[in-house]
Design a protein around this ligand. Structure first.
Ligand SMILES: [Zn+2]
Length: 146
């Protein structure tokens, strides 16, 4: 089962214009990732992007490699990890861009195929200004408005 955020990204990939369905999906993501760790408010008008994702629990070193890259702020290399399958557990690194504070919040999410209730948010952290600039360069225009 795909998580809401992945369904949303797929939906917007083939139907990039806003529709009632896309707006409902965005509302679910807003609720799940709220409140914003930077401004403490609702995520309305905040921007969402996915930095990276990796399969978990497959015994490979990739999961630790990616966490190592993220925790040492090697964003460009981290963004090369884009594992995905609808029937495997995946750890995802989402980014929320706060328009009030001009900051980015990194959200670690666990998504498993068994989860009817969708992604589990594990950690949320506000990045510093240097990382903010680096991530803007990597994500470019691939932000979705919540
Ligand atoms: Zn905010």
């Amino acid at each position: 089962m795909l998580s809401v955020s992945d369904r949303l990204l797929q939906l917007l990939a083939w139907r990039p214009r806003r529709t009632p369905l896309a707006d409902r999906a965005l509302a679910v993501v807003r609720d799940r990732f709220s409140p914003c760790s930077a401004c403490r408010g609702s995520l309305h008008r905040h921007l969402l992007a996915k930095l990276a994702s990796v399969f978990v629990g497959d015994g490979s070193a990739r999961e630790q490699e990616l966490e190592g890259l993220v925790s040492t702020q090697q964003w460009e290399r981290a963004s090369e990890y884009q594992d995905w399958s609808s029937d495997r557990a995946v750890r995802k690194y989402h980014l929320i861009r706060c328009p009030q504070k001009s900051q980015i919040v990194l959200i670690r999410v666990l998504s498993t195929p068994e989860m009817w209730t969708d992604d589990r948010v594990d950690t949320k952290e506000v990045l510093n200004q240097r990382d903010y600039e680096a991530i803007l360069g990597i994500i470019g225009d691939k932000w979705l408005t919540l």
